[in-house]
Ligand binder design. Structure first.
Ligand SMILES: *[C@@H]1O[C@H](CO)[C@@H](O)[C@H](O)[C@H]1NC(C)=O
Length: 272
């Protein structure tokens, strides 16, 4: 008996550790484990690294709207014209969406002294009919920034076409909380995550309705994540992990029970 008691105490002890580490929600006797929020993490800039930059679109940057991250209208969604399309080497299949970079021109007579801070909002796809060193600037393994023209003009004269640059990742400074834009249908919730502070990127995401456990969402494309679930009529909370720092935060009751597709909801929470 004594050994039975001690081993079950031991079992409880370990389960307590496991549950306090991952967090748990007990539904129908089944434990679903999801990461629980860690201590706050602050994202720090990376080292300066050499790459190249070109520009696309015109001064209005209208052709930069609706890029591969799925942010849609960059003006109404707060990204403005300081944006860039990343070559696939650094686009990381969309996980780089929302990351922030400082870029400065180097080693070219066309350089100005400015530093542009841009958000990754698009993919610059490879073009294999062009040589990597003659037009195929975004072909792997090149690290390349195809900047919105207004951003490029902060670092160099547009006549340059292409310039060598130094770049570094920097924390994204955002006003307000994470924003969640809802698409999909009654059985499929597709969420675009915007206005992400700190490292700016998202690796994993979970959604919880008032009547559900935490449901793991899968990466769709760009900055969108999806759950195949019927969540109508339930207030929704979201839990997110940063792609770069792995920090996890929870945004409770982001959308009210009468939420609708096509709308964007702002949380109080954000990364820093
Ligand atoms: C790829 O490069 C070729 C040759 O310059 C060009 O004609 C074509 O339009 C390019 N494709 C894309 C998708 O930009």
């Amino acid at each position: 008996m004594a050994s039975f008691h001690s081993s079950s105490a031991c079992y409880l002890f370990f389960m307590t550790i496991i549950f306090s580490w991952f967090g748990s929600d007990l539904v129908d006797g089944v434990a679903y484990t999801v990461p629980r929020a860690h201590a706050p993490t602050v994202y720090h800039p990376s080292a300066w690294t050499l790459a190249h930059a070109t520009f696309y679109g015109d001064e209005s940057a209208s052709s930069t709207m609706g890029g591969a991250c799925g942010y849609g209208n960059l003006m109404t969604n707060g990204y403005g014209t300081n944006t860039a399309a990343l070559s696939s080497t650094i686009f990381s299949n969309g996980y780089a969406c929302g990351q922030c970079y400082q870029i400065k021109c180097v080693q070219s007579p066309w350089c100005s002294t400015g530093i542009a801070t841009v958000t990754a909002t698009n993919l610059c796809p490879p073009n294999w009919s062009q040589d990597s060193n003659n037009g195929g600037w975004c072909n792997p393994p090149r690290t390349h920034f195809d900047m919105a023209k207004p951003a490029f003009m902060q670092i160099a004269q547009w006549k340059a076409g292409i310039v060598p640059v130094m770049y570094r990742r920097v924390p994204c400074v955002r006003k307000g909380g994470l924003r969640f834009s809802f698409q999909g249908n009654g059985y499929w919730l597709l969420v675009y995550v915007m206005n992400v502070g700190g490292a700016g990127d998202i690796q994993s995401m979970w959604v919880k309705g008032t009547k559900t456990a935490w449901i793991s969402m899968s990466h769709n494309w760009g900055a969108s994540y999806q759950a195949f679930a019927t969540l109508h009529g339930q207030a929704l909370s979201f839990r997110l992990s940063s792609y770069t720092t792995k920090q996890t935060i929870t945004a409770y009751n982001v959308a009210p029970a009468n939420w609708n597709l096509g709308l964007t909801y702002e949380a109080n929470a954000n990364f820093h």
